[in-house]
Write a protein of this length. Sequence first.
Length: 344
Amino acid sequence: MARDGVGAVVAEREDAELEGCGCVRGRRAHAGSALALGPACSRVTTIVFAMLGLPPRFAPWRAASPEGTSLRPGRSVAIATALRGLRCGVHFDLEHPVLVYACDIDGCLAAADHAAYDLVALQALAERNRASEDDPTIPALTFVTGRPHAYVDALMQALDVRLPASFENGVGLATRHPYEAWLIDEVEAARGAMDEARSLLEAHDEVVLQFGKVASLSVFDATGERDVPALAAFLRAFVAERSLGVDVDPSTDCVNLLLPGIDKAVGFAALCETLDLPEVAVAGIGDSVGDVAWLRRCGVSLAPAGAVAEVKAVVSAVSAHHDVAAALEGYDALIAANRVLAAR
């Protein structure tokens, strides 16, 4: 079909962008005709699991969805739409394909201090994640976060996350299909110390606790006079004076109280075990001190521009962008790196 005017310019630009990310537009029989995946995409389908020596157990998680919804009309069009905005200022040189992209939430998908989400950017993340069902060069999305289960469940729905996710700083894992959440084994035996800390802090008028946590606490200053370091110092003294037996972990805009030995790194390990994936097959993005340990274990890792120095010192790359813009840049860089690896 002939193209003229603005339509021609847009279509030609889309063609160039699709070719740049390894996809080619199929021959048009009519307007909006299907798009064909490039050779890198088709080749990696047959070799990606063999390269890692993976058992087939990961495949059901990747494709998990209610019956009849895993394949939708126009899927190839959706893949091309997801990739149309590829932004790769960050580059990864992979030795193994990355199959999962694990994201912290606060400071990575939204700015700190309970800032509003960028819904357009979240849609772009969701489009890439959905495209991962049919294109194994696109990692599937999940979370490693300190947020409580109910919050994580809502965001999993919003971004169509189909893999298990780690919530509440490693306390448990959750899935959408089937719908369930569970605590890791080590948590139950140690919850008494956290319950005691919760009771004491709920009676304290200088702090506010985030609602919904089951085996950790996120503590916010209620005075308006303490920043995060000052709040952390206050809580360390509070915990020590009462011998509460919990760890103090500063985050982006609050301070977490964690059970000893239970943190995001433990949750990350449980996530990989549940997926039956080696840690090298997972990429991560995080921004606070509590992310350091699990990011060290990822195959590759990324920090947004606003991350703390401790995170920037251990990751594979640091984005020039903040929060969700950095997460999108990292996603696209992983897709590009997977395709370079597949083409070798």
